[in-house]
Design a binder for this molecule. Structure first.
Ligand code: C2E
Ligand code: CA
Ligand code: CA
Length: 878
């Protein structure tokens, strides 16, 4: 019995080799040895019975009895001692398991063999006394006690059984006994084999089950320790019986501390509309139903930590509820990134303001109260003036910083009165819930305009932009957010139209304006086909010789029987609708044909709009028009506005080169109105600079800086060998000044208004192209305050209004409400004193109007002057 009975076929578990190396067997054997004193006692009883019971005489006469039994008991005594010794900790036997196991097994087998021999030798005589029953009971008892003891370790039991059978056979010394014993031994061996096999199987299964369990436990531990998740279990009262140590640590407590505490203690109770998951948890716990992935906040002091928890009720075999068991994971990081994503989805990355989506949502919410009833709200739409120029000339990083600073100023002004959002580009929206009072809104708009007008310091440079604002108000009448945005948009449009840097409230008339635009656009589509467009020509005069050097072609649109539509009105519409491309081509071809009529010594300039300039086919169109008309290319001059040049893109510069290669002349139009460095002048091959009217008008006024500006432009142009044309010269004073400043050319009413081609040809022929300046002496009078009631006629209606301020070019009129910019008027200062004018801006009941041409104020203040009507004077001036 040295080899293991239990020897695994596949080398699976740890035990391999001798039976005595199986710790389990050794422990069991030890237990047998430790119990062996009972066997000792029972066998001592047998000895006692054999020796002293009557009916068993001659015990001491037969050494085969007394000696053998005594020897057997001696073995038992040794085993008992060994067993008791094994109880003492750290005994030497424990380490020498091989020796110890074999000794035990030997002692068991030997002791049993000897006692068995002795017991079977000593059978009581046939005439049995009552002692004989007791003797039989003691013998059987001794066998049973020993059997019970060895039953603990199966191999020991088999050794015992074999020894008993063998001992019996020897003791009886009878062949029949031996034969019977042989049969039993055989049975025993078969049994041993089968049992061994069975044991091997169960042991393997056990070991596997244990190792699976252990492995699962280890995995769980690793899982817990890695902080990837945690586990919990409660009893039937909802009190924790287990919680992963990692979570306990996060909660700042020992797991033992939490045991016995309600599970819900580890969850933070929140109030608000977000706590539905917690309610679900409470419900599940009390209704004993499973729950899955509920998001709850951990009761971690001073920290925001989120968990996702799942759990299911557990019950015993009888189906009785025993508590909950479940798991949890940490959601904090996920929540954080969710929030970041949310932030990205709702806020503008550059400025941190609400983005278009979010501000639209906020506006919608501001327009309704919590029960869905409409409530008052105002919307401001703000657009930066000249932002594109900053972006293009100073670069996008500067543009970005500018936007950030703008956002900061806006947020500071608006404060908690409302919400600021960036719609994209340089467009911002401000939602002001509950504010509808015009004064308050005007104050806010003013504050924004003033604040944004102050320079921004970016990378050591001072950057200036302005802003225009459109305001739309919903008084709580259930205006939709889309309608409010559209209204604010129209108001913004009006603000920009009014010269920027101002705010405008939405007025219903603006809608008419917008639809008017649409109507114009539609009519413009047919204008070419209907032959409604024509060109007029305004002379450009050489200052030194006072001779006409050429003309500027200006477009006119006579729409049916209606009044002439100003190009300043329809050209922008043509631009937006891209109609400018076919119209522009028609202009170029017509102008070239006109040049052919003027003769080889004259030029005509045409205006080229930015859209046309961006059109790749422009140079080809020009070349074909020039050759079709049979003129020299340098007779055609293209006036390109400064705005085009703000974008110093390679394509842009390339277009300049291509145009230059066609041989036409290039003029920089409206110089000074743009917003850019003068540096680009060096890069573009201009032949001429046209100084904008806004610098020229009233330049002779001593208080104005314009003269200095013109002088420096002229200096620059001379250095670059370019001509200069001063536009819009109306008075002799201005002309004298312009001449004095060294401008090479002059264009203005003083030398002639735009005229038909026939008139232009006639003018050229008349005096060899020599012209005489005709106009007022000066327009020096600046504003004067008045208080005069006049009649105003507009759109077929007559109104009464008060003139508050007067200048040679315009007036401030009070008493007309919400007049859209661009509205035309006839102002009747007296029976003969009628002036055409146009609204430039309006604010509630005040309108700023610009006269169609300069007038002398004295005429207006004093009524008629020396019997001449203003109209007559103006006509004479022209
Ligand atoms: P612009 O190119 O600056 O043209 C000069 C404008 O100033 C013309 O107005 C002209 O009539 C006006 N003007 C000239 N001298 C005087 C003056 O002494 N006093 C006053 N008060 N005004 C003077 P117009 O013809 O109404 O054109 C306005 C603008 O419309 C033009 O400004 C130009 O930007 C655009 N435009 C006109 N014709 C065309 C065209 O054929 N093509 C394109 N693309 N734009 C055009
Ligand atoms: Ca022009
Ligand atoms: Ca111009």
């Amino acid at each position: 019995m040295k080899r293991a009975i239990v020897r695994p076929e596949n080398s699976e578990p740890s035990f391999d080799g001798s039976l005595f190396e199986s710790p389990e067997f050794v422990t069991r054997l030890t237990r047998v040895a430790q119990l062996w004193h009972y066997v000792l006692v029972s066998r001592a009883l047998v000895y006692f019975a054999c020796a002293f019971f009557p009916g068993l005489p001659g015990f001491f006469d037969r050494p085969s009895q007394w000696l053998v039994l005594a020897l057997g008991i001696g073995c038992d005594l040794v085993l008992t001692v060994i067993g008791q010794l094994s109880r003492t900790p750290g005994n030497a036997l424990a380490r020498r398991t091989m020796l110890w196991g074999t000794s035990c097994m030997t002692l068991i087998a030997l002791g049993t063999l000897l006692t068995s021999i002795a017991m079977f030798v000593s059978s009581p005589s046939v005439d049995a006394t009552p002692y004989a029953d007791a003797f039989a009971a003691i013998r059987i008892g001794a066998v049973l006690v020993a059997a019970a003891a060895v039953a603990i370790a199966r191999p020991a039991f088999f050794a015992f059984a074999g020894a008993t059978a063998l001992g019996g056979a020897i003791g009886k010394a009878s062949m029949p006994f031996a034969f019977a014993a042989m049969i039993f031994l055989f049975l025993l061996i078969v049994m041993v084999r089968e049992d061994a096999r069975h044991q091997r199987r169960t042991e393997r299964a056990n070991r596997k089950a244990i190792s699976d369990q252990q492995r699962a436990l280890n995995l769980v531990r690793d899982f817990e320790r890695a902080g990837r998740g945690w586990f919990w279990e409660t009893d039937r009262h909802g009190q924790l019986v287990y919680i992963s140590p990692t979570v306990a640590a996060k909660l700042g407590r020992a797991p033992s501390d939490l045991r016995g505490k309600p599970f819900t203690d580890i969850i933070r109770k929140r109030i608000g509309n977000d706590e539905s998951e917690e309610r679900t948890l409470g419900f599940s716990l009390s209704s004993r139903t499973p729950f899955k992935e509920l998001t709850v906040q951990a009761a971690v002091p001073g920290e925001e930590r989120w968990w996702s928890i799942s759990g299911h009720p557990i019950s015993n075999e009888l189906g009785n509820f025993q508590g909950f068991r479940g798991s949890g994971t940490d959601l904090t990081e996920k929540k954080k990134s969710e929030r970041e994503i949310n932030q990205l989805a709702r806020y503008d990355v550059l400025t941190g303001l609400a983005n278009r989506l979010h501000i639209t949502d906020l506006l919608e919410r501001a327009l309704k109260n919590h029960i869905g009833q409409p409530q008052p709200c105002a919307l401001l739409l703000m657009d930066l003036d000249r932002f594109k120029a900053v972006n293009d000339t100073l670069g996008h990083p500067v543009g970005d910083q500018l936007l950030q600073q703008v956002a900061a100023r806006l947020a500071q002004i608006v404060g908690d009165r409302g919400q600021v959002g960036r719609l994209g580009g340089d467009e911002f929206q401000i939602v002001l819930p509950q504010i509808t009072h015009a004064d308050k809104l005007a104050n806010i708009a003013n504050a924004v305009i003033l604040s944004l007008a102050k320079p921004f310091a970016i990378e050591g440079e001072q950057v200036r932009v302005g802003s225009s604002i459109g305001i739309a108000v919903s008084e709580g009448a259930g205006v939709s957010s889309a309608a409010l945005v559209r209204n604010a948009d129209l108001a913004l449009y009006a603000a920009k139209d009014a010269g920027r840097g101002v705010y405008r409230f939405y007025a219903d008339a603006m809608h008419n304006q917008a639809s008017e635009r649409k109507a114009i656009e539609d009519a413009l589509r047919d204008a070419l086909a209907k032959d409604e467009l024509k060109l007029v020509y305004q002379p450009i005069v050489d200052v030194a010789s006072e001779r006409i050097s050429g003309f500027e072609a200006l477009i006119r649109w006579q729409r049916g029987d209606e009044a002439m539509i100003s190009p300043s009105k329809f050209i922008p519409i043509a631009e937006e609708s891209n109609l400018i491309v076919p119209i522009g081509e028609w202009i170029i071809r017509s102008a070239c044909a006109s040049i052919a009529r003027l003769g080889p010594d004259h030029r005509i300039a045409v205006n080229v709009s930015p859209r046309q300039f961006a059109n790749d086919k422009l140079p080809a169109t020009i070349m074909s028009a020039v050759s079709a008309a049979g003129i020299r290319p340098e007779q055609l001059e293209l006036e390109i506005t400064e705005g085009v040049f703000l974008d110093e893109s390679p394509e842009n510069l390339e277009m300049f080169q291509r145009l230059k290669r066609t041989g036409v002349r290039l003029a920089l139009d409206d110089f000074g109105t743009g917003y850019s460095a003068l540096g680009y002048l060096k890069k573009a091959p201009f032949d001429k600079i046209k100084i904008d009217q806004s610098f020229v008008r009233g330049a002779a006024d001593k208080s104005s800086m314009n003269a200095a500006i013109i002088s420096s432009i002229v200096g620059l142009a001379a250095a670059l060998k370019m001509e200069t044309t001063a536009e819009g010269v109306e008075t002799h004073d201005d002309l004298d000044l312009i001449r004095g400043l060294g401008c090479s050319h002059v264009q203005g009413y003083i030398y002639g208004r735009p005229m038909s081609l026939d008139e232009a040809v006639a003018l050229l022929r008349a005096d060899g192209g020599r012209v005489v300046a005709q106009g007022y002496k000066s327009a020096r009078e600046t504003r004067s305050r008045t208080f005069r009631t006049i009649q105003v006629e507009s759109g077929g209606h007559r109104y009464e209004a008060i003139v508050r301020n007067l200048s040679t070019r315009g007036a401030l009129i009070e008493g007309l409400w919400n007049v859209p910019a661009g509205t035309g008027f006839r102002l009747e200062f007296g029976p003969d004193l009628v002036l055409d004018a146009e609204a430039r801006w309006s604010d509630q009941n005040r309108v700023g109007v610009q006269f169609a041409q300069a007038v002398e104020i004295t005429a207006l203040i004093g009524g008629s002057v020396a019997g001449q009507s203003v109209r007559a004077r103006i006509e004479r001036a022209a």
